[in-house]
Design a binder for this molecule. Structure first.
Ligand code: PMP
Length: 366
């Protein structure tokens, strides 16, 4: 995708002149470990039922605007009311709508290095970010500074586990943030299902959701793109106070979640426990890969609660190019990002994906 030419930029408002089309830096490769997708995909039996459900979709009708059946199923899973849930076109849409609803002219408490779209989407609707940078060594949030800055901000976002650093936030810290920020706090839990085994059953331990009853400014974000292997279907959802859900529903495009994706997601969520075996394998693989990489010369790793991890290695950008060009393995280069010098982000894949990665890195670094 080419850049926006100056003659077109002059038609755009000045605050958008810094934007460029998103480039996922994707190259087709045999082993894709670059986008934190779930390489296990959907279990075969669940996928068969999904395909049957797709055949029953009435494509000539508009979709159910609020994804009623899916919303009810998600609510039952998480032990909340349907009025607490809003289904979105991926977590991305939820993040965008969060800023659209609450962000105009507001000051956002942000904790980089983190998911870059918070600042990007915020900037589109006049949000200015107050960045409290993570500790440069541990890459963990600096809680004292965050909490000190919170009262002077209007809203906040915290990511647990964080992308790209991989660390989850303790519920007690989220609670302090909810008490200190005067407005809504988005807790982005896109990777919550990877914080430990058993997250697909009721009462997930890896989520801030139990705080909702006492803290109506809590806005929890989940997605089916990661643990459920449905990145292509674009289904995310927010759990929050019904008033917050109404505000998010008011700014959204009514039919942003298409009927096919609703049907596929409903099957996935109903049969969620069938995703658990692959999830357990993935967690075991995360430990195996990290243990093996820690043996390689020059490699620094950070612990991860997600389906990816960050690794620092001298000449990271060049290493990423060699993995791609000589071994057909794609990982994500963060080495040019502030605070992430020489860092690559590696998704944990199936055992065979991880074997390919370990073999290639053994050759390139060993
Ligand atoms: N939050 C975080 C932290 C993410 O990394 C991502 C995906 N990269 C998302 C939200 C959005 O995911 P999706 O739009 O696929 O639901």
């Amino acid at each position: 995708m080419s850049q926006i030419p100056e003659r077109v930029k002059q038609w755009m408002p000045a605050h958008l002149h810094g934007l460029e089309p998103y480039d996922p830096a994707f190259t087709p490769c045999d082993t894709i470990l670059s986008a934190n997708e779930n390489n296990f995909g959907v279990p075969a039996a669940v996928r068969d039922e999904m395909l049957a459900a797709l055949a029953g979709v009435e494509e000539m009708r508009y979709p159910d605007a609020l994804s009623g059946e899916l919303r009810a199923e998600l609510a039952a899973w998480h032990g909340v009311e349907p009025a607490n849930v809003l289904v979105c076109n991926g977590g991305d849409e939820a993040i965008f709508n969060f800023f659209l609803a609450f962000g105009g002219g507001a000051k956002l408490l942000n904790c980089p290095p983190t998911f870059e779209v918070y600042e990007l989407y915020g900037s589109m609707v006049g949000v200015s970010a107050h960045n409290v940078w993570r500790d440069p060594e541990t890459l963990r949030p600096r809680w004292d500074e965050l909490l000190a800055a919170a009262p002077s901000c209007d809203l906040a976002v915290i990511t647990s586990p964080n992308n790209p650093t991989g660390d989850a936030v303790e519920r007690a810290q989220v609670e302090r943030l909810l008490e200190a920020v005067p407005g809504p706090v988005l807790v982005d839990e896109a990777y919550a299902e990877f914080t430990g085994a058993g997250q697909l059953a009721a009462g997930q331990p890896g989520t801030a959701l139990p705080l909702l009853a006492e803290h109506p400014n809590l806005v929890v974000l989940h997605t089916l793109s990661k643990a459920f292997g449905l990145a292509g279907a674009r289904i995310g959802y927010v759990i929050a106070d019904p008033g917050v859900i109404s505000a998010l529903a008011a700014v959204r495009q009514p039919y942003s979640v298409n009927s096919f994706s609703q049907a596929a997601a409903l099957v996935a969520v109903r049969r969620r426990e069938e995703f658990e075996p692959n999830l357990r394998t993935l967690l075991a693989e995360r430990s195996r890969v990290q243990r093996a990489l820690a043996e390689l010369p020059g490699v620094t790793l950070w612990p991860s609660d997600a389906n990816f991890f960050l690794m620092r290695v001298p000449g990271a950008a060049q290493l990423r190019a060699r993995l791609r060009d000589e071994h057909s393995i794609l990982v994500r280069d963060f080495s040019a990002k502030p605070g992430l010098q020489d860092c690559l982000r590696v998704t944990v894949g199936r055992p065979e994906d991880n074997d390919a990665l370990l073999g290639a890195l053994g050759t390139l670094l060993g």
